[in-house]
Write a protein that binds this ligand. Structure first.
Ligand SMILES: Cc1cc2nc3c(=O)[nH]c(=O)nc-3n(C[C@H](O)[C@H](O)[C@H](O)COP(=O)(O)O)c2cc1C
Length: 358
């Protein structure tokens, strides 16, 4: 039996394995497979329209009647001024030249919309069992609306202060996101990238600071990591990068190949792709422009000027300008389907904890 049942009881799931929502990298197929296996599947909604979210939620429900999570971003969007956007284009001008792209090409960043009233309507309509947020929580009235649907609410914390803030505002669980994690840092009370804390130090300190269940995230990719999460005071593990190796991941072949050849010391936190720090495999644009650049315009607009470069490079099978999100534990990834991975993480974790399946 699991030594801590709080997350299992809160989410009404059998296995304390949460599949991390991964915008652009997973859809209904992965979420449904994880939930059907007894974990908690997640649908990342930040880059989807309301209609797509409806379709994806229906696709999950066609496969399983078990709980699943809808995930949203809740950053405060910042309008970049023209000068900032121009300076960013100037920083990338040599690459436009190299690829023969007209610098006057109009650009738009891939949409990453924050949670708003329309999305609150959708949560009301779809009534998911769980709603998770990244970059804090939405405004109080919107959060109240989500809670009124009966959904369990959680969000990521990268510091003890963020975890306390989430608990004080009514989160039912907190995801302690260590700096090993792939994708965007959920940081929202701090900009201090260099002082972001690793999972091993973050989880027990957050577990001591809050009374709601803590979910460990960042660098967990096998049973050893799951067991360690429990030993550190977590009641579940949220796993992202390991699921990028499953056939259900919706990433490009270039991304898959980069992950297969990556190693733990080849990722970095970078803001060049979106304007916010995120962990990915180091590639040319990260090496030459970043990994952290003061010239990157605010989230998510930095991606606009990169889009034509990404398209040209990918057309010749080059990942030089693509975001290759990855956590530091990518070499532990195995090609295995999402349901089997969920069961393996749980059974190997439980065995390490000395428990028996139950
Ligand atoms: C490709 C990718 C995309 C991600 N997108 C999101 C997202 O849309 N929403 C979110 O809350 N977290 C996102 N994350 C972060 C995860 O929730 C989680 O913190 C992280 O994957 C855990 O670390 P790991 O990758 O080492 O397992 C993403 C992570 C990756 C790898």
């Amino acid at each position: 039996m699991w030594p801590d049942r709080r997350a299992l009881d809160l989410f009404e799931i059998e296995l304390p394995i949460l599949q991390a929502p991964m915008a652009g990298a997973n859809g209904a197929a992965m979420a449904a497979a994880v939930s059907a296996a007894g974990g908690l599947g997640s649908l990342p909604c930040a880059m989807l329209s309301a209609d797509r979210i409806r379709e994806e939620a229906a696709a999950i429900r066609a496969e399983t009647d078990r709980p699943f999570n809808l995930n949203f971003f809740c950053h405060a969007p910042e309008e970049p001024d023209e000068a900032t956007l121009e300076a960013w284009k100037a920083r990338l001008a040599a690459y436009y030249d190299e690829f023969d792209i007209d610098p006057a090409t109009p650009v738009t960043a891939p949409n990453r919309a924050p949670f708003d009233a329309a999305m609150a309507d959708l949560v009301d309509e779809l009534a998911p069992a769980v709603v998770s947020f990244h970059f804090g929580l939405p405004a109080e009235d919107l959060l109240e609306r989500v809670k009124a649907t009966g959904a369990v609410v959680m969000s990521s914390a990268t510091t003890v202060a963020e975890a306390r803030w989430l608990e004080d505002r009514g989160a039912d669980a907190v995801i302690a996101q260590g700096s090993e994690a792939g994708g965007h840092r959920g940081m929202f009370l701090t900009n201090a990238v260099a002082s972001q804390v690793g999972t091993f130090a973050l989880v027990p300190q957050i577990a001591d600071a809050v009374s709601i269940p803590v979910i460990a995230a960042g660098g967990i990719a096998d049973g050893r990591g799951v067991a360690a999460a429990f030993m550190l005071g977590a009641a579940a593990a949220q796993v992202g990068t390991a699921y990028l190796f499953t056939p259900e991941a919706t990433i490009s072949e270039l991304h898959r190949a980069a992950l297969a050849h990556g190693s733990a010391d080849e990722t970095a936190l970078t803001n060049v792709f979106t304007g916010r720090p995120a962990r990915g495999l180091v590639n040319r644009v990260m090496r030459e422009v970043g990994p952290l650049s003061d010239a990157a315009p605010p989230f998510p607009t930095a991606g606009g000027a990169l889009a034509p470069l990404k398209a040209k490079a990918e057309a010749v099978a080059s990942p030089d300008f693509s975001s290759l999100w990855s956590g530091q534990a990518m070499t532990l990834g195995r090609r295995q389907d999402s349901g089997a991975l969920t069961r393996r993480l749980a059974s190997e974790g439980l065995a390490r904890l000395g428990g028996s399946p139950g």
